[in-house]
Design a protein around this ligand. Sequence first.
Ligand SMILES: [Mn+2]
Length: 415
Amino acid sequence: MPLKLLHTADWHLGQLFHEYDRSIEHEAFLNWLVNLLVQKNIDVLLMSGDVFDVSNPSAASTGLYYSFLRKVTTAVPGLQIIITAGNHDSPGRLEAPKMLLEAFNISIVGLVQKNADLSINYDKLILPLKNKTGETKAWCMTIPFLRQGDYPFIAGSKQPYADGVTKIYMDAYAYALTKKKEGQAIIAMGHLHALNAEPSDEDKSERVIMGGVEFVPASTFDDGLAYTALGHIHKAQKVAKKDTIRYAGSPVPMSFSEINYKHQVVYVELEGEMASVIEPIEIPVTVALIRMPAKPKILTEVLLELEQLPEANNDINTAPYLEVNVLLDTVEPTLKYRINKALENKHVRLTRIKPFYKEVENDADKKHQQNTNVNEIKPVEMLHSIYKKKFNDELPEELLNLFNEVIQKLETPEK
Ligand SMILES: [Mn+2]
């Protein structure tokens, strides 16, 4: 019998979508997940970080999390659950109920434990994965999001973060080899930005934190690993085209840039030392994202399209999220009012209005384009160009004077 794993990550419980509460979506996902775990008779659920959206989650988000754990441990007897902390989680807070949850076969790894001599305690990071009859079938390197002080200092390294993280993975793998018996697989969990992983365009929660020095190369994950279950990047994907190194992605869209993504969890079967099945399972959508019009149109046409939207019903909490694209000649002060008016009693929730200004040739702009080196553009030229682009109008003198005043102050050395 293979060992059946389900890999998921980046739940971000408590996240608001443009100020809208989305607990209905999170709850629907968790209920769907319970059913899937039952239906597939999963042995081990892996949650690779970012359980919560913020480090001090609300009572409602915490309640949702515990009620899921309660439901799933009852519905799937013998299920093992491993949860690691992501960069959004507070490692200490996540670990607080650790002792209690161990009684339910749930392991929480928020922190990297150290020995008395400050070396890393790998014994606490390598956990056995068991089937329903309690046999150890594999070993899991349960590595949370690593912060400074968690990873070893590599003398002379130009990328201390990436090199330190790589060292932990290599040492953990070497340690796991000492535990592993023949026929047992080794897998890894991680919450990090793998080199060349493709993030979502507009999603700030996975943003580059240290200007790219935190990118971890795929070679960090030893070829001997049967599977690597990653979190942090919200678009589900393979790393370095390897089938066995994957981001599960977030279960609900975190921004409009995910409008066309298929959100998923990953089902994995371990047969002996290898993964014999790796299969993404699509998560049903609870609340749709709608972009109207698909390509920006002028306001009168936009308003006509919005009129076609279905009438509101009582279920406003499942009404689709709407983004409106409008093509403008100039600043339109009544824009927001008129769109809101058109959406009264419609079954949508407006998230944002994106104005697009018609392309106008202007000299500053041309100069802007020719100067590929941003350092060569004068700040005032940049201001002219951006203002023109944004408002399709010349920069008012008043603003120009204020701007020059600021620049002058900046360039005058303090006495
Ligand atoms: Mn995340």
